[in-house]
Write a protein that binds this ligand. Structure first.
Ligand code: 3HC
Length: 311
């Protein structure tokens, strides 16, 4: 019976046995994984856009080469994750259509513009820094293909964060104008980076069930607090400040207390009304349309090869 199958399934989860594509799994487990993994993949692909915006304008050949490598990495991360989504029985076309049609979510953070070169440093340091905390946790997620995808992703992420911090470190040691660029970028990316971890635990739709199924190993607020503690220390090395007057080390809890996140802004951006939502989807839609002939040619080539094999 389904009850027995569910019991065996939960025992495997409790015994830290990875769930693999061919294993029986509750429909709701499959459904929430398709939701989360496809949105994670979309985030990687959309995340290429704010950074790609500066590849032609990087201040040196070295910075251009590093940024090119990073944006290429994000494309690869997206492919690992789309492949993990397919192991759950959802086609790549369906997943891509969900993004292009505006139905699927992707991380809110990528709906903000990269206005200066300092933003490329802030994105690497803060956005990839937040993503690393989340993705290190996801290395231990209960679904095998998703866990293995995150293990590969994390191998490349620390370089992403370090190169971002280094960009800001150089700016922070530069002219007064460069120092101002550094501080301005931190001011604009700080609060949106905190929103990456999702709603407060009390408002999180999926956390409880995702924790029982060990999809999620740490709560949204736990990871957010870990992130604030880490960045509140690192920002001192830059000689810069975080735009939060309530940020204060709490001796009792050994955590940094911090101010209230603007949840109206968060839900507004998630709903599609952020500064760049329309631009991001238009760019993806155009790329998808312009790439249709490549997909058609690849399919025709594959059909010919299959027909030749038949002969
Ligand atoms: N942006 C957009 N939507 C968000 C969000 C965000 N920052 N945070 C939460 N949401 C959505 C959730 O998707 C969910 O909506 P849905 O039911 O339609 O999917 C709703 O808000 C409620 O949130 P929950 O906390 O209940 O949702 P989850 O349990 O899924 O937790 C999460 C949210 C922690 C983001 C989780 O989905 C997750 O770990 N996702 C995979 C990792 C990921 O996407 N990381 C961020 C981007 S990747 C990146 O930055 C790459 C880097 O290399 C550049």
């Amino acid at each position: 019976s389904v009850q027995e199958l569910e019991k065996i399934f939960q025992q495997k989860i409790d015994q830290e046995i990875k769930i693999e594509p061919k294993d029986w799994m509750p429909d709701a487990y499959r459904k929430t994984l398709v939701r989360q993994i496809s949105q994670h993949a979309h985030s990687e692909i959309i995340g290429m856009l704010p950074e790609g915006n500066w590849i032609t304008r990087a201040p040196s050949l070295k910075r251009k080469a590093i940024l090119l490598a990073k944006v290429q990495d994000e494309a690869g991360h997206g492919l690992y994750l789309y492949a993990a989504t397919e192991t759950l029985g959802t086609s790549r076309e369906q997943t891509m259509d969900d993004l292009i049609s505006g139905k699927a979510k992707y991380s809110s953070i990528f709906n903000y513009p990269t206005l200066t070169w300092g933003d490329i440093g802030a994105v690497g340091w803060l956005v990839d820094g937040a993503a690393i905390l989340n993705q290190v946790m996801l290395c231990r997620t209960s679904y095998g293909p998703y866990s293995r995808a995150n293990i590969r992703i994390c191998k490349e992420e620390s370089f992403h964060q370090r190169q971002g911090f280094e960009i800001l470190l150089v700016l922070s040691q530069g002219t007064p104008e460069q120092k101002a660029i550094c501080q301005d970028a931190i001011n604009r990316w700080w609060w949106p980076s905190l929103m990456m971890f999702g709603p407060k635990d009390g408002e999180s739709t999926h956390s409880e069930q995702s924790t029982i199924w060990k999809i999620k190993r740490k709560s949204n607020d736990e990871l957010r607090q870990q992130f604030v503690n880490m960045i509140a220390e690192q920002v001192k090395i830059l000689g810069m400040t975080l735009p939060d007057p309530d940020l204060k080390y709490n001796e009792a809890t050994k955590n940094y207390d911090f101010g209230e996140i603007d949840w109206n802004e968060f839900w507004n951006v998630v709903k599609g009304n952020g500064p760049c939502n329309k631009q991001r989807l238009d760019t993806r839609r155009k790329a998808h349309e312009n790439g249709a002939w490549v997909r058609a040619a690849a399919e025709a080539h594959a059909a010919k090869r299959a027909a030749r094999k038949q002969q």
